[in-house]
Design a protein around this ligand. Structure first.
Ligand SMILES: [Fe+2]
Ligand SMILES: [Fe+2]
Length: 262
């Protein structure tokens, strides 16, 4: 079996419509729209009383569903792509456990989609997560995927769990709560392995953290994630602390959200 599997050859049936992250970010229809830009999609926190709340929630959870599949594929690649010198066996065991979790999240997401009235493939598949998981340095995979993108998943699941509670939907609330618990573990794996693998290599650590910052900033784009009421996805400080983020790192994400939102 070959190593470093290209994103364009991922197995997908006809239901899926993959788009490159660059294409999606360049398409204004896919960006979070500020309130002044039209009535169809409001900015701001997701609340049950918002008329667009069901569609916004369905779209967000479909993109998470696609992220679950790619997280499974990405963690699986890390088990296979490296020899034990580049990626210690214990790291591969953690990635194998993550595969099992992501497979379960994929099943949960399919059933949650049915519950919310969403068909598989109703929204496009952005392949950004898998692209980040193709980095030739396993430490950059850990910062780009486990810390940046699964850190974002923590924020999304916590936001959606609160939305489920506010809208009186126990199915949504339980699904989010269970997946959130696993994502905290996955982000913690990223934090722990980053520290272990770069303990004596500050330059490599800095390169990995810089990759994480670049990915994080993409998703703070136009105020998508932050701590203000206008941010649809709220930064989940407590869960990020549990996942091995230092206070200064969380502050940095919050600050960059403000810069980009203004
Ligand atoms: Fe997941
Ligand atoms: Fe995960």
């Amino acid at each position: 079996m070959r190593r470093f599997f290209p994103v364009d050859e991922l197995a997908r049936d006809r239901r899926f419509e993959p788009v490159r992250a660059e294409e999606r970010l360049a398409d204004p229809r896919n960006q979070v729209v500020r309130p002044t830009r039209g009535p169809t999609r409001a900015a701001g926190r997701l609340r049950p009383e918002r008329p667009d709340a069901p569609d916004a929630a369905r779209q967000l959870m479909h993109s998470i569903f696609m992220g679950e599949i790619q997280a499974l594929e990405g963690a699986g690649r890390t088990v296979w792509d490296f020899d034990d010198a580049a990626a210690p066996f214990a790291l591969k065991l953690d990635m194998a456990r993550q595969c099992w979790d992501e497979a379960r999240h994929t099943e949960i997401s399919v059933k949650l989609g049915e519950h919310m009235g969403t068909e598989i493939g109703e929204f496009a598949e952005t392949t950004f997560l898998y692209q980040a998981a193709c980095n030739p340095d396993p430490v950059l995979r850990l910062t780009g995927v486990n810390r940046a993108l699964e850190g974002l998943a923590i924020d999304v699941f916590n936001t959606m769990r609160e939305f489920g509670e506010a809208s009186g939907d126990p199915v949504l609330t339980f699904c989010e709560d269970w997946m959130l618990a696993d994502e905290v573990t996955h982000v913690k794996m990223g934090s722990d392995w980053l520290r272990r693998l770069t303990e004596h290599d500050p330059d490599r650590r800095e390169r990995a953290l810089e990759f994480q910052r670049v990915v994080d900033k993409l998703f703070s784009f136009r105020g998508f994630r932050g701590e203000a009421d206008e941010n649809p996805v709220q930064l989940a400080r407590t869960f990020r602390r549990m996942a091995g983020f230092e206070e200064a790192e969380i502050d940095e994400i919050a600050e960059s959200s403000k810069e980009i939102a203004s």
